[in-house]
Ligand binder design. Sequence first.
Ligand code: SAM
Length: 202
Amino acid sequence: MKDIFDFINDEDVEKKLKKLMYREIPMEFIIEESFINGRRLPGYGIYYNFFDYMINMGFSFDGNVIEVGSGYFPIFSRYIEQYQNERGLSGTISVYDPKLIETLPSRIEYHKEQFTEETDVSRCSFLVGVYPCSCTMTVVKSALKNDIPFGIIICRCNNYKEIDEIKKLTESMSGTCDFFGLGSDYVPVVTYNPYVKKRVRI
Ligand SMILES: C[S@@+](CC[C@H](N)C(=O)[O-])C[C@H]1O[C@@H](n2cnc3c(N)ncnc32)[C@H](O)[C@@H]1O
């Protein structure tokens, strides 16, 4: 799948769109399924890169993961679900976004609401955000307060100004905080792991 035209010309999508015309399936269902199954739309490869990067960095998607700011469809959480299912893992996945549209049946726990610093994260083992935009700092603060590892693709809309703030906040903590440019566009990813202690220079 190279671009939007491939998506539109896809026979499977065409069949589904015809069904949609007869109101057999909702539009959201088709869109979401198409994103998940086919890497069909440009730009979404970064989700896979992010996933691989986090795994390579030693972060674990095996436990109870919370994704904040998923947008209408929890595409990234679907990858986590797929990962857990393929390995027979018993972890949980919760998503927070006031915009969420619940479509495909899944194990994902939907929270069509804002994630705040007061949101219960006591069972959470990993917090993730893919361009969580205005709630980036809420995710960071909640994670730091509760000693939870996090991985966030930083949103461009604030000119990446959160990065310095995140650096400052994590500097005083004992875990490691890394910044990394992902993919050919060098999308900045910030990760934090309280269980990997800071390397001490001798
Ligand atoms: C730039 S969009 C990113 C959507 C999606 N992750 C993507 O990659 O396309 C940011 C999302 O964060 C959500 N958001 C903003 N504040 C939030 C909060 N406090 N809790 C949960 N979601 C929030 C918005 O509703 C929006 O859907």
